[in-house]
Design a protein around this ligand. Sequence first.
Ligand code: NAD
Length: 474
Amino acid sequence: MNFDSDYAMLINGQRATAAASFDVVNPANEQVIASAPDASPEDLDTAIAAARAAFPGWAATPIDERRKLIDQMGDVILANIDSLKRLLTKEQGKPHHEAEGEIIGAGYWLKGAAQLQLPVTVNEDSAERYSYTRHVPLGVVGAIAPWNFPMILAMFKIGPALLAGNTMVLKPSPFTPLTTLKMGELVAGILPPGVLNIVTGGDSLGPWMTAHPGFDKISFTGSTATGRRVMQSAAPTLKRVTLELGGNDAAIVMPDVDVEAMAQQLFWAAFTNNGQICIATKRMYIHEDIYDELRDALVAYGKTVKVGDGSEQGTQIGPLNNKPQYERVLGLIQDAKDKGYNFLMGGDAADVPGYFIPVTMLDNPPEDSRIVQEEQFGPVLPLIKFSDADQVVARANATKYGLGGSVWGKDEDKALEIAERIASGTVWVNETQHLSPMAAFGGMKQSGLGVEGGVEGLLEYTNTQTIVRKKVAA
Ligand code: NAD
């Protein structure tokens, strides 16, 4: 297969082109690298009709057979790591080693999700009746993915949705459609036609999907602002929604942390994928006893990190993925400059092609500053001093977001006690961003609705049905 051209949608098991196309840009040099099909409303109708037609057969396929096929999809992705990773770097910007990590994660996510079990609950087994509750597929799922982890976040949806017996139409972000399209081509022969369809398009395609009466559910990952629009648009037809949205994760670093041992890990908690992770550390609260030492260690390490084209050897941080995001992050930096906050490093974007922003850290900006209160989703981290545990928990929770968070310290009991007081869907102790297909992941407050992962995530792709049988002689 040629991974560098011929990008086509996947509809009813076949390659599908569209009358129009749109350009995809390499964020490291702003060059157009390819064009992708720009689906029309009719193309979307065709994809939904294919998914609808495939649904009864797929839902009736024994779950162990579905399991086997999803596992095989994982194997095919793992057999094409090198080509997929190069393509992912080209359209997303992340360095090759991170792109490789994402592709491997995508393959294993499918294989892991394929092992989940759908529970059946026996409610009553008495002389009079037998009652049980089971979980049946919803129908056709519309899946909408963002540009920061196009592959793995698509797998979060594909694995459990298909395992539960649903069919799907998946839409990647217009900034990163290419790797997903090639993945579709790779797995097309494994699944019955129409079970997984992939459509690409511009800004109208997402809203067409959420309003379309042909979907039974929308599974969306993206920003909180778009999540609100998705929910609104899904309401008229009462589509089920799962919304995985933005975050403003706090890391709380306790005074007993081993600064030397942990500084690099704390750095990457914020700067992996150029900070473009929903669960990146976006505010780092450091206890005053170690503030200066950790601040200096973070800056010293930050200065050694190589920012550049993700396809070049040695690059540790690539460009931002796209121009709007690049400009948004620069806007936040400019606001911090205008307010006179103290920059420890970074702050000025070099005048070179590509959406590059240097690693930027700020020294104790005010709690109510935009750089602390808003999700930056870029390589900008405010370091903030704290002295009191109760107060830092209150500050960590004083946000509309509730996605993730982390607590770092040698005293694990103390760290755990603080972790349990953070109002977020996931809180890590002495690590961060570890996710598993076996564990529920989702946001509290405006970070989302529902979860992905684990049995809880699988159940979100089902209707709950109770069967009650009266035990009487016929
Ligand atoms: P985005 O909301 O701009 O776009 C996400 C997807 O929605 C894209 O495919 C886009 O084309 C589509 N879309 C845009 N407008 C739409 C509309 N009105 N209706 C339907 N679909 C629409 O988000 P993004 O900028 O691609 O991603 C970054 C955001 O995603 C950040 O806020 C980040 O925190 C969040 N995110 C959350 C998670 C999570 O699991 N909670 C994971 C990754 C990213």
